[in-house]
Design a protein around this ligand. Sequence first.
Ligand code: GRF
Length: 202
Amino acid sequence: ARIVVLVSGSGTNLQALLDAIAARGAEEYGAEIVAVGADRGAIAGLERAEKAGLPTFVCRVKDHGSRAEWDAALTAATAAYEPDLVVSAGFMKILGKEFLARFGGRIVNTHPALLPSFPGAHGVRDALAYGAKVTGCTVHFVDDGVDTGPIIAQSVVEIRDEDDEAALHERIKEVERSLLVEVVGHLARHGYRIEGRKVRIS
Ligand code: GRF
């Protein structure tokens, strides 16, 4: 499968995918990353992509007249690489209508909380502030809501009394990276169907 990865930050999830593909070989893993896109420049995620010799593209909202034009540009830039799957790995923008129409059912996102609890941009902080005893990460398909699409897999992380947001997020990211690598490879190798909220892996 051909994968385009979208990032907004440090790109450690992207790196985990790159490392898995390098270690196992694209054929055995079942997928190759064909390009990496971002909504901002000068981020470690893009550097990781360049280091791996991958093409990159940047689509900034502020370079476009409207959110719809940005959506169209991101859709076109992504479509140029003909992906079978799009992986949103720490991509901090809500994908637009055109992007969803084009790639719907093929966009995988990773979220640092156990959905449907704590959706949105502050999933780690919100779980901590709520006083939850466990949280974790969720890999799911993207639909037109915020972190509401069909869940593919989740991992649990215990919250410790001494945790602050950074420490907790670090422990979540450790399990998140392996879960994402496992799920993406699995989807790519085995194929899948989305039936309502259920993801059936063949
Ligand atoms: C991940 O925890 C992701 O779920 C969240 O932001 C983090 C991205 O980390 N939305 P990285 O850029 O992959 O290192």
